[in-house]
Design a protein around this ligand. Structure first.
Ligand SMILES: C[S@@+](CC[C@H](N)C(=O)[O-])C[C@H]1O[C@@H](n2cnc3c(N)ncnc32)[C@H](O)[C@@H]1O
Length: 487
């Protein structure tokens, strides 16, 4: 515990008045501190000099919560912007270190942090003016999306209020495109080449709803929707997803992993695009299927359920840690056909033994992840052209290895959550050129088997946030020729 945390804990006010704590949460999370000292909660530093002070309804002086929140967001950003770890991991770590924060406090910190990551380049441009630590100005800008104007202003020094009013008046259209959209130049150039680039980029810069998927082994969507609407999930406005027959879309930040239907394995968190991908693989009862890059098992779970827990479903990955995260999910799901295997990146003997045996092989390849910027906006700052080139070499290698496992007449599905042609169409074209025994199957037709509302132009599956409301996904279905029978 640091000094400020100790001070906050030993505060007589906190000890005496739990009621005051409740009022604090209810009234825009303001801290009540009758001793009148300007001191932040949970170890963060004090408000900026000159920040406004106000009185609560019971007449006690109060600390303006936005001042506290600015310092909290500044503190998290200080860690995230080192780019050492993914932003969600750093944020979770920071929140664990501040256990006294309530759900609302956490939501506000997370909301502001992710807003800054989405608009980082533009906010850095704005932060070039003004005084004091630049991270504080980034935090203030992030909190514009969280607090009303008055609440935020109450936590700012006068100079900061003037600076904020000035930057918020800047006409976005007057900014160069890459700054306006907050993209690094290399990514701005690549995305600009795609169809309807502006709509796509704008959609990628918005936050995403949360999709869950019903487990068809345990329930069905109408039953689950009814259950959600009759219970506490109602306030998250559950609606069926438009394309996947198993998806339910929730608004806000539902704590799904604490819900009984999650613990019982009736639902799983999974973006609709990812559900559609499993549908595209279309495994059948009794088949042998390989999920070659199974990771934490998101797609494996639906593949297993579509096989009605029959046949054999290998969940391969080079990462033991990721596969370990999949195990509790497999246990909750009730699947008994999954065989998780940690493989080595090259010359794995178990992979070799499966040569030519699998009816379906899914390669959900490691990729830039740029289709998931709605959820992982830090990826645009963590990826760069060199990392992309390395990733492409890995993708080509995995595609070759996975393809060897496909049986004659079987199918290989190559997928990424990237929007870049070099990770998608170009990889498939290069693979097909080297492997004439594989031919491209029109994914837009295959997908109709399960997702009848989804009309695509084919031959690839290409999902986009601006067009389909999903993360960006790409997939290609390839079929291995059966050998000619002797005449
Ligand atoms: C996009 S993620 C997979 C996500 C997973 N399919 C899901 O739905 O949760 C890519 C995975 O590929 C794995 N990977 C990387 N190199 C690999 C290789 N050579 N062979 C198999 N898996 C590999 C990574 O560890 C990572 O888990």
């Amino acid at each position: 515990m640091n000094k400020a945390e100790k001070a906050a804990r030993s505060s007589p006010t906190r000890a005496q008045t739990r009621g005051a704590e409740n009022r604090r949460r209810a009234a825009e999370s303001r801290l009540l501190r009758p001793d009148g000292e300007r001191r932040a909660k949970d170890g963060q530093s004090a408000a900026a000099p000159g920040a406004s002070r106000a009185a609560t309804s019971d007449g006690a002086p109060r600390y303006v919560m936005s001042a506290v929140r600015i310092e909290q967001v500044r503190s998290v950003l200080g860690e995230i912007l080192q780019w050492e770890y993914p932003a969600d991991a750093t944020l979770s770590h920071w929140l664990r270190a501040h256990p006294k924060l309530g759900a609302r406090d956490r939501g506000e910190v997370a909301g502001a942090v992710f807003d800054v990551l989405r608009h980082l380049r533009r906010y850095r441009h704005y932060a070039e003016s003004g005084t004091g630590p630049a991270t504080r100005r980034l935090a203030i800008l992030g909190l514009v999306s969280v607090f009303s104007h008055d609440v935020l202003n109450a936590g700012l020094a006068e100079q900061e209020q003037h600076w904020l009013a000035h930057v918020l008046r800047i006409d976005l259209q007057s900014l160069p495109r890459a700054i306006r959209h907050s993209l690094p130049d290399w990514l701005d150039e690549r995305l600009a080449e795609l169809e309807d680039a502006d709509a796509l980029i704008e959609a990628l810069n918005r936050s995403a709803p949360l999709d869950v998927r019903v487990n068809p082994l345990k329930t069905d969507r109408p039953t689950m929707l009814k259950k959600m609407r009759e219970g506490g999930a109602l306030r998250f406005d559950p609606e069926p997803t438009p394309y996947s027959p198993w998806g339910i879309r929730l608004q806000g930040r539902p704590p799904v992993n604490r819900w009984p239907m999650f613990e019982s394995g009736e639902i799983e968190v999974q973006d609709e695009g990812s559900q559609i991908l499993a549908a595209l693989v279309g495994p059948k009862r009794g088949e042998m299927v390989i999920d070659y890059c199974a990771g934490a098992g998101g797609k494996t779970l639906l593949l297993g359920a579509l096989m009605r827990s029959t046949g054999r479903l290998y969940a391969f990955d080079v990462s033991a840690a990721r596969l370990a995260r999949a195990k509790p999910r497999f246990a909750r799901s009730g699947l008994s056909n999954v065989v998780p295997v940690v493989i080595s990146a090259d010359n794995d003997q178990r992979v070799k033994r499966l040569a030519g045996k699998a009816h379906r092989v899914l390669i959900d390849a490691p990729c830039s992840g740029l289709g998931t910027l709605r959820r992982n906006p830090d990826l645009k700052w963590r990826q760069h052209p060199e990392s992309l080139a390395e990733m492409m070499a890995v993708q080509a290698r995995i595609l070759r290895q996975g393809a060897r496992c496909v049986a004659a007449g079987g199918r290989l599905v190559y997928a990424t959550c990237s929007l870049l042609p070099e990770e998608n169409e170009r990889q498939v074209e290069a693979f097909l050129a080297e492997n004439p025994d594989f031919t491209l199957v029109d994914a837009s037709k295959v997908v109709l088997d399960r997702c009848e509302n989804l009309t695509l132009s084919g031959p690839y599956l290409s999902m986009r946030p601006d067009r389909h409301g999903t993360d960006g996904f790409f997939a290609a279905v390839m079929e291995r020729a059966k050998p000619d029978l002797p005449a």
